[in-house]
Design a binder for this molecule. Structure first.
Ligand code: SF4
Ligand code: SF4
Length: 422
C-alpha cells in the first residue's frame, strides 16, 4: 500500500504551488464519517455507482454490459423487484462528458450526493508516483483546474482514495482490479496492484464491508450484476449479507472449481484426453488448469448461459486466480500436477469405461428387441452380444433388480396381444 506517501512523492506540475492540493486526499476521513452518518439506509429509491477505470482493457465493462441474469438494464431502470434504481456514472457509457460527468463524483466526495453510493473499480491500480516523476499519469478521470489555463488530470487511483471512505461498498471488477492481473505481471514497470492491496486489509466501507472482489479476465457479467443485486437487497434490508470467502469473492459463485462443473469432466474421469485443439475430450494435457481454478464459467457460461472456455474448446489458464498470469505460465503446457491424476484416471478409466460401454449397449435395447432377437433399425446391422457380455449383463441385472420386481418379469397382462410387427 503506497497511498500514505502519495502526496509526498507525487511531483506537482510545473508552476503550481502547495495550495494546488496536488495529490492530496480531498475529503478527510472525519468528514466522510460525518457525512456517512447522515445517510439513511433501508428502503432506497436510488443508489449511485461510480465506475473507475485504472489500467484496463475495458473488457470488464463489456462483460458487465452483456449480463443477462440479472441484466444491467434491469439495475439501471430500477425494474428488478425490491431493488433501488442504480444511477451508474460510467466514463464509457455516460451521455454526459467533461465537467458535467465528473460533477457527481465531486458531490459524492463532499458527501452531498443525497444518496448512498458504491464504487466499482475496473483495471489495476498503477503506482502514480512513478508516472508523476515525469509529469504524467497512468490512468485518469477528469481534470482539475489549477488556475489560469493550467489543468491537472486526476488519476483514478486518487478518485478511489477520495471516494472509498464514504462508499457503501467498493467492488473490484475483473482480475486486474482484484489481484493486479496482467498489468501486475512480473517485470511490469508500473508497480501495479489490486484494489485490496491499495486500500489495505483494514479498509471498511460505510456498511462495514471490506473490498468485494469479482475476478475474471474478463469477468462473467452475471457475476457482477448478481453480486450487486444481492448487496442492494442487503442495503435495502430485504436480505442477509451474502457470503464472501476469505478473499472477498462471492462464495456461492467461486466455491467450486471449473473442473467440478466442466462439460468435459466425464472424459477426465474415464481417462480420455485431448491431444490437440478441436478434440472433444478433456483438455488437461494441452494446458487446462481447471481442476484447481475457482471459476463458474462452465456452469454460468460467458453470456446468457452460452459460451465459456472449455464449452467452446479453450483450456483454463486460471484467469480468475490471484496467481494469474505468472503462476499459470507457460500457458498451453501440461500442468505438472496433473500427471499423477491423469495416469491414475487412465488406469482406472480403461477398466471402467469398458464396463460402461457394455452396460450402455444393453441399455440401448428395448425389452422387446431382446425377446425377439433383432433390432428393427435400418441404420445399422445389429450385432448379437457375445456370450461373455450376456453373462455379465445377467449378473448386472440380478444386482439391479434383486430388491425389487424386474419390469416385465410377470409376463404380459392376461389377454393382451402384441401388435403385429411389419
Ligand atoms: S477440460 Fe479442464 S476443467 Fe474440463 S475436465 Fe478437463 S481438466 Fe477439468
Ligand atoms: S475457465 Fe479459466 S480461463 Fe476460463 S474464465 Fe474461468 S478461470 Fe478464466
Amino acid at each position: 500500500m503506497y497511498e500514505e506517501t502519495l502526496e509526498v512523492v507525487t511531483a506537482p506540475p510545473e508552476g503550481s504551488t502547495s495550495d494546488d492540493n496536488y495529490g492530496q486526499k480531498r475529503t478527510p476521513e472525519s468528514q466522510s464519517q460525518q457525512k456517512r452518518e447522515e445517510l439513511n439506509f433501508g428502503p432506497l429509491k436510488t443508489i449511485h455507482a461510480f465506475w473507475l477505470a485504472g489500467m484496463s482493457c475495458d473488457g470488464c465493462t463489456i462483460g458487465v454490459a452483456g449480463a443477462t441474469n440479472p441484466p444491467l438494464e434491469g439495475l439501471l431502470t430500477g425494474t428488478l423487484p425490491g431493488l433501488p434504481q442504480l444511477m451508474l456514472h460510467h466514463p464509457a457509457l455516460a451521455v454526459e462528458a467533461g465537467e458535467e460527468f465528473v460533477h457527481n463524483f465531486y458531490l459524492a466526495e463532499r458527501g452531498e450526493l443525497g444518496a448512498p453510493y458504491v464504487v466499482c473499480y475496473e483495471g489495476s491500480i498503477a503506482d502514480e508516483r512513478i508516472a508523476a516523476q515525469t509529469g504524467g499519469y497512468w490512468s485518469a478521470l477528469g481534470a482539475e483546474n489549477l488556475g489560469g489555463d493550467r489543468r491537472r488530470q486526476i488519476p483514478t487511483t486518487e478518485w478511489l482514495k477520495r471516494l472509498a471512505p464514504g462508499a457503501a461498498a467498493v467492488v473490484a471488477v475483473g482480475t486486474c482490479a482484484t489481484w493486479g492481473g496482467i498489468p501486475a505481471a512480473a517485470g511490469n514497470p508500473t508497480n501495479a496492484m489490486g484494489v485490496m492491496d491499495f486500500l489495505g486489509r483494514d479498509y471498511r466501507s460505510t456498511t462495514g464491508l471490506p473490498v468485494i472482489n469479482i475476478p475474471g479476465c474478463s469477468p462473467i457479467g452475471d457475476n457482477f450484476t448478481e453480486t450487486v443485486g444481492v448487496i442492494l437487497l442487503f442495503l435495502q434490508g430485504l436480505g442477509p449479507l451474502p457470503e464472501f470467502d476469505e478473499l472477498g469473492r462471492p462464495a456461492w459463485l467461486f466455491r467450486d472449481t471449473v473442473h467440478n462443473k466442466c462439460v468435459r469432466g466425464g472424459f477426465y474421469e474415464e481417462g480420455i484426453f485431448a491431444e490437440k485443439y478441436g478434440d472433444r475430450e478433456c483438455l488437461v494435457e494441452i494446458g487446462c488448469w481447471g481442476p484447481v481454478v475457482q471459476c463458474n464459467i462452465t456452469a454460468r457460461g460467458a453470456i446468457n448461459h452460452m459460451g465459456g472456455c472449455m464449452n467452446t474448446g479453450g483450456v483454463c489458464i486460471g484467469c480468475t486466480m490471484p496467481g494469474f498470469p505468472d503462476k499459470f505460465a507457460p500457458f498451453y503446457a501440461t500442468p505438472p500436477g496433473s500427471t499423477v491424476s491423469t495416469n491414475m484416471a487412465r488406469t482406472y478409466g480403461s477398466v471402467v469405461r469398458r464396463l460402461r460401454r457394455m452396460t450402455q449397449k444393453f441399455q440401448n435395447h428395448e425389452l422387446r428387441w431382446e425377446e425377439e432377437g433383432h433390432v428393427p433399425s435400418g441404420w445399422s446391422a445389429h450385432q448379437k452380444p457375445s456370450l461373455t457380455s450376456r453373462a455379465i449383463h445377467q449378473i448386472y441385472q440380478w444386482m439391479q433388480y434383486r430388491n425389487t420386481v424386474r419390469p416385465g418379469s410377470g409376463g404380459p397382462p392376461k389377454g393382451s396381444e402384441r401388435p403385429p410387427t411389419v
